[in-house]
Design a protein around this ligand. Structure first.
Ligand SMILES: *Cc1c(COP(=O)(O)O)cnc(C)c1O
Length: 382
């Protein structure tokens, strides 16, 4: 490449101050997070801003988690427990697993990176459904592996056979986000079992169950039953959603011990800070907060569905804490108009859905404010 040619990651002025970044990084797409409340307040000069863009818990964290963080503060001059032993014990008890079947990570996102680092050689393949969470692709890019994308069926339904058909002898990981971000749809237990049993031995399912607590369908499975049964899969969980601890960064993986041992090889010793470990342990014990969070969410989903029906908008029935709704040709303008009124949602173009937005379920008041603004916006952008 001549010195005058530029790529986004290796601009000329960047290159003269140090080594080039790895070739594989040229494929990386930056993650686009939901806009923070303060940014919208500042940019648009708004007082009242409601954020329904990142699937956070509208009730906030468990009071028990806050108390645990406060109790742990005097000891933060000490390194955290590298094994997160107490948290693993607590989780193992709650989930009927052995602590050896668990790895604690700096959010579920870190587990996605660790899995990619553990299993993907350059040229290996991952299989994902599309649209889905973008971090699986990020992990594959990071390791110079190939993304194989299988479109969801109509109604955003998962198709185990289509996923199996996309598997080759290079496939290492099959990422299954269930309930799926951004569609809220899920893979029923029977199909998941068929997928697990149908894979060749060099390939493994990662069941991303970040939103499992919100799933109310009878035939939903978070995958943990299959870990208990000894099947080779990884179940990803997070404390960021139902537990309301997104800001402190903690998640975990559950898998057979032999799989966990391989992932531990690439884990940094102190990946999960002491406050996060304390908060997560306390949150697991706060069943009431978890239940309240799920109840508010189930009611909030119904509140949104009723409004969408009234407004004549198509939406996907969600097993999660967000709803994907179709706003038509004017979707981008409508998304921006919502923002201007103080409601932050997520625009669907990042998932190839330029006529949709994804809205997180908030408190009853937040949902009502969103519905009020949406009603006005639809009226103004006819
Ligand atoms: C939020 C989320 C995660 C994990 O998020 P962390 O905050 O890193 O724990 C994982 N998968 C999906 C699909 C998510 O939406």
């Amino acid at each position: 490449m001549s010195i005058h040619e530029e790529t986004s990651s290796n601009r000329t002025e960047d290159r003269v101050v140090g080594p080039r970044s790895r070739k594989a990084l040229e494929q990386l797409k930056p993650y686009s997070p939901g806009k923070p409340i303060w940014e919208v307040q500042r940019e648009l000069g708004l007082e009242h801003v409601v954020k329904l863009a990142s699937n956070e818990n509208p009730l906030g964290p468990s009071p028990k988690a806050i108390a645990a963080i406060q109790a742990a503060l005097p000891d933060i001059h000490r390194y955290p427990d590298a094994q997160a032993a107490a948290l693993r014990e607590t989780l193992a008890d709650a989930l009927e697993l052995s602590p050896c079947q668990l790895i604690i990570t700096n959010g579920g996102d870190e587990l996605i990176t660790l899995l990619s680092e553990t299993f993907l050689e350059p040229g290996d393949e991952i299989v994902v459904s599309s649209p889905t969470f973008s971090e699986y692709e990020f992990g594959a890019c990071l390791m110079d592996a190939r993304l194989v994308s299988v479109p969801l069926s109509p109604g955003y339904r998962y198709d185990a056979d289509a996923l199996l058909a996309a598997v080759t002898d290079k496939t290492k990981l099959v990422w299954l986000c269930s309930p799926n971000n951004p569609t809220g749809t899920y893979m029923p237990r029977k199909e998941l079992e068929r997928l697990l049993l149908g894979l060749p031995p060099q390939a493994m399912v990662v069941c991303d169950a970040a939103y499992s607590h919100f799933a109310t369908a009878e035939d939903y499975s978070d995958g943990l039953e299959f870990v208990r049964a000894g099947l080779p899969l990884v179940v990803l969980q997070t404390f960021s959603k139902a537990y309301g601890l997104a800001g402190i960064r903690v998640g975990f993986g559950a898998a057979p011990e032999a799989v966990i041992r391989r992932i531990l090889q690439v884990k940094e010793p102190f990946n999960v800070n002491a406050l996060a470990q304390a908060a997560a342990s306390a949150a697991v014990g706060d069943i009431d907060h978890l239940k309240a969070s799920c109840d508010v969410n189930a009611k909030g989903r119904e509140q949104l569905y009723a409004a969408f029906s009234r407004l004549g908008l198509e939406y996907a029935v969600s097993m999660s804490n967000f709803v994907l709704v179709e706003l038509g040709e004017e979707a981008k303008r409508r998304y921006e108009a919502l923002m201007a009124q103080g409601v932050i949602t997520r625009y669907g173009d990042v998932w190839g859905l330029p006529q949709h937005i994804r809205v997180s379920v908030g408190t009853e008041e937040e949902n009502a404010f969103f519905i009020e603004c949406l009603t006005r916006v639809l009226e103004e952008t006819k």
